[in-house]
Write a protein that binds this ligand. Structure first.
Ligand SMILES: [Zn+2]
Length: 919
């Protein structure tokens, strides 16, 4: 009579790249898969293998062994090889919300095409878990999550230390999203290797199972016990069947079963107690001593994070929306190209990749993948913008000398900005004349060009404020569909333009025209007050900025009267930790630029925008002392290290650009840092002085409210945390939001609730399980770091500041065109929508049908309503999901709009089937 069941799940946790390059790990993967296929053939009792919850390992394998495709498919169909649902095992916090959703969508679809997928939200090795994971997976029909970190009880090395709301009596529990979605969650209480290398020999097996069974039973809620037979890159245990026979013989009261996740979960569902603990929201190991959270992967290799934000933004917030808009007139949507770009980008999202915690070879290859994904996105964007612009009726502008251009907003929310775009005033195609001569001739003819002779008009023919600056003749070329490439010289100008209220998915058309042709237009010119106010000062209707001699600045919000002082100070500290964790040397005081004289000068001053340049020549310690090398070589744990920074210093030059736009209630901050020193971290400090107990942080499909004070058991002096697009603080009346482009780490310092944003962190070692040097993780050389400091009333949600913060990294798309007729009006909105407290996430066509999918999420904890009004005829509008499954139909209102309620923290996708289908 057996009293309990030991479910043995054979698996290997496959980091596709980490302490070895991708290809070197892949050679081992090929070996694993070959062994696996052979073992399945030879041993009918070897029942199944869990392929780590990610589909990509199969792609990686089949690229080398394409002849195995049918065998693999058969194994999946037979339930022997268990794959998916993810495409890759991501870091949940360091990629965008949409990237988390696409990872699931692409993984499920790819797995289905190969025979099916496991309905398990698998997060074995995530360095923390996003609070919205239950909602995300449950929208894909998955009701169970499996994870390794963040909750008590946990074994291994990340034990949570005291009883509180993030504890569970058992390794099985419920996990709830902020929207209320609840899933069954299974914690690897003894890690995902608690059944690895099972002995075949009886004596060894006795000792092994005595220990392993006791450890599992300590946390299990039922007699169904889970044993994970494998670990990171674990080769196959080919004699597993033998080992389980031995186990059955020596322990007849235990049913040892070569099981699988589906089997184990089915058994658990029946055997688990009526009630289990419920844990809620983000699992960031916040209830631990704070030393093993791996959170500082958020600032390891910041250059990787910057490229990631650029890639994600180009795909989600530019290429896809533009391609959708263009598809309405062309009937063509580049679905396959976009999928390729997404897959290329997702290959950079595994936890050891995007976290920057691998060896240098890995991150070098990632930079190429980012570039590839960006190039596809850019090509699609340019093609889409050009196609739309050619269909816009620009005949409202006078044909003579008029240079129309279309300004697209793809950010999903109404937007205003001062933008700069480069335009061709005239093109001269190369003919039989030598290009150099043609250039000289062109240049001579344009010597008298006066930008003041030109003005900008909007589609109504009214003058808009613009500053035109000549650039000169520049090489360019066309690639016609039906002819050889056509090179030309273009006489170019830069146009700085104040664009206002461009619809979220739409455009406004403008034109440059000679002033002489529109004498009455000049009368519309508004008189702009100076943006520069006194020495080292800037001012507009909302803000007054004053820069001090050390480059820090004060900011008065003229709307709410709040005055902020001591903003923009740089802080530098030593870092003797590793790619995972920051560790400041003992008793080290931070260095700052407070009081350090800076060279300050006005470098850009137009009626639309002012920019000050602040230069610091900062002497910083060159590196840590030689003890650090010895401590790394001998594997002294980073917490116990005694290394200090050297007294010897070297100059690090930092150039900061502070900018203010005409109508903006925000300050642009761009830091150019030439990093010449090692083993350190540079942050920018924003002393807010705002009384608050929490900050609001952009997380995954969630604006997470996190306490400023760490929990009682926290011991790490650093309480740095993850952020995506922004961190925000408010006292209820006034607030500050700091938006960024790829700066994923912030910390709130107790003094004056100062928000520190990490700009750079340089370390010399990987830092897990061995000795791996990572010289490129020192991040030497030139870096450009960008932030926007947004002042507002109330908090980030109530004031809608989140919209501006989300828009910050999104580039404007501008397309020059000719004067021509067209089917589209000069000002247009393709898809109109409204709804309080909603944030745009995606606008795309379906993966498996032509429907348009529009996704938002509710950033608040109150139900709101979403109203969508397409500019085109829709056959059907319906509620959809993350994985594009058609749900309930939404009825059209009399005005042609479609309204749906969106619950608190809900991720809402709407499917729209246009009456015209794609080609
Ligand atoms: Zn891993």
């Amino acid at each position: 009579m057996t009293t309990k069941t030991a479910h043995i799940v054979a698996h290997s946790h496959w980091d596709r790249e980490w302490y070895l390059s991708f290809e070197k790990h892949r050679m081992l993967l090929v070996k694993l898969m070959e062994d696996l296929i052979e073992t399945f053939e030879k041993d009918p009792e070897f029942k199944s293998f869990h392929l780590d919850g990610q589909f990509i390992v199969l792609e990686d394998y089949l690229e080398i062994m394409p002849h195995r495709a049918n065998q693999v498919r058969k194994l999946i169909e037979q339930g022997k090889l268990i794959v998916g649902p993810w495409y890759i095992l991501q870091d949940e916090f360091l990629v965008s919300s949409e990237a988390n959703a696409r990872n699931l969508l692409i993984g499920i679809q790819a797995s289905e095409q190969m025979g099916g997928y496991a309905k398990i939200g698998y997060f074995p090795d995530s360095f923390g878990n996003m609070g919205q994971a239950p909602q995300l997976i449950s929208q894909a029909g998955i009701e169970v999550a499996v994870y390794g970190r963040g909750v008590k009880p946990v074994g291994f090395n990340n034990e949570i230390q005291s009883g509180n709301e993030h504890t569970s009596k058992y390794s099985e529990m419920y996990w709830e999203s902020p929207d209320g979605t609840r899933v069954l969650a299974i914690l690897f209480a003894n890690w995902y290797n608690n059944g690895m290398e099972i002995p075949v020999e009886s004596e060894k097996a006795k000792a092994y199972w005595a220990e392993k069974l006791a450890a599992a039973e300590e946390f299990a809620s039922s007699s169904e016990l889970l044993f994970m037979n494998g670990c990171d890159h674990q080769p196959l245990q080919k004699d597993l069947t033998q080992a389980l026979k031995t186990a059955s013989k020596i322990m007849p009261d235990v049913a040892f079963r070569h099981s699988s996740f589906p089997e184990y979960i089915q058994a658990l569902q029946k055997a688990k107690p009526q009630s289990l603990d419920v844990i809620r929201g983000e699992l960031r190991s916040q209830w631990t001593d704070g030393w093993i959270t791996l959170v500082n992967t958020a600032s390891a290799r910041v250059y990787i994070k910057q490229q990631n934000v650029k890639s994600q933004t180009l795909l989600e917030k530019v290429a896809e929306p533009l391609a959708v808009m263009a598809s309405l007139s062309t009937g063509i949507y580049p679905r396959h190209e976009l999928l390729y770009a997404w897959k290329t980008l997702l290959k950079n999202h595994p936890h050891d990749s995007i976290c920057g915690c691998s060896v240098d070879e890995v991150h070098r290859e990632m930079m190429t993948r980012f570039a590839k994904s960006q190039e596809v996105a850019e090509a699609i964007s340019v093609q889409s913008a050009r196609t739309i612009a050619e269909s816009v009726d620009t005949s409202g502008f006078d044909a003579d000398c008029t240079l129309p251009f279309v300004v697209f907003n793809t950010s999903g929310h109404r937007r205003s900005n001062v933008i700069t775009t480069r335009m061709d005033v005239e093109r001269r195609y190369f003919d039989h004349q030598p290009p150099h001569e043609k250039y000289q001739e062109f240049k001579r003819e344009y010597e008298a060009f006066d930008p003041n002779d030109w003005i900008a008009l909007n589609a109504e023919g009214k003058q808009v404020e613009a500053v035109i600056t000549p650039v000169g003749p520049t090489f360019g070329y066309d690639l016609p569909d039906n002819r050889f490439r056509q090179p030309y010289w273009a006489y170019q100008v830069d146009v700085e333009l104040h664009v206002q209220n461009i619809p979220g998915f739409g455009y406004h058309t403008y034109a440059l025209v000679p002033q002489s042709a529109f004498s009455d237009a000049a009368a519309n010119e508004s008189i702009t007050p100076e943006l520069v106010a006194g020495e080292q000062g800037m001012e507009n209707d909302y803000l007054r900025i004053k820069i001090a001699g050390d480059g820090s600045f004060t900011m008065l919000d003229k709307v709410n009267g709040r005055n902020y002082t001591g903003l923009g100070i740089y802080e530098d500290t030593g870092d003797i930790g590793n790619e995972y964790m920051y560790r400041q040397p003992d008793q080290e005081a931070p260095l700052t630029t407070q009081g350090l004289p800076a060279q300050i000068k006005l470098v850009h001053h137009t009626p639309l925008k002012a920019v000050y340049e602040i230069v610091h020549h900062w002497k910083l310690p060159t590196s840590a002392d030689e003890l650090l090398d010895e401590e790394i070589r001998s594997m002294v744990p980073f917490r116990n290290r005694k290394s200090r920074r050297l007294d010897e210093t070297r100059e690090v030059s930092i150039r900061t650009e502070l900018s203010l736009e005409k109508m903006g209630r925000s300050v642009g901050i761009k830091s150019y840092i030439n990093n010449t020193v090692q083993d350190h971290r540079i942050r920018m400090l924003f002393q807010t002085g705002l009384e608050a107990s929490h900050v609001t942080v952009d997380s995954i499909y969630e604006l997470a409210k996190r306490p400023i004070q760490p929990e009682a058991e926290w011991r790490n002096p650093s309480n740095a945390q993850h952020q995506n697009a922004f961190v925000s603080i408010s006292n209820g009346r006034e607030g500050l939001t700091i938006a960024n482009k790829g700066l994923n780490e912030y910390e709130v310092l107790a003094s004056q609730n100062t928000i520190a944003v990490t700009l750079l962190r340089g370390v010399r070692e990987l830092g897990d399980w061995g000795v791996f040097a990572t010289p490129e993780a020192q991040c030497l050389g030139q870096h450009i770091l960008e932030m926007e400091l947004i002042s507002h009333d109330f908090d980030v949600i109530e004031s809608d500041a989140y919209v501006q913060a989300y828009q910050f990294p999104i580039p404007w798309t501008v397309q020059q065109t000719g004067v021509h007729g067209g089917t589209l009006p000069a000002v247009h909105e393709f898809l109109q929508w409204e709804g309080d407290h909603l944030a745009f996430s995606a606008l795309k066509r379906g993966e498996e049908n032509d429907d348009m999918l529009f996704r938002v999420f509710n950033v608040s904890s109150e139900t709101t309503s979403l109203k969508v009004t397409p500019s085109f005829e829709a056959k059907e509008v319906y509620e959809s999901t993350i994985v594009e499954e058609q749900g309930e139909a939404i009825k059209a209102a009399d005005d042609g709009s479609y309204v749906v309620n969106v619950g608190p923290a809900k991720i809402q996708t709407i499917g729209i089937q246009p009456t015209t289908s794609l080609v």
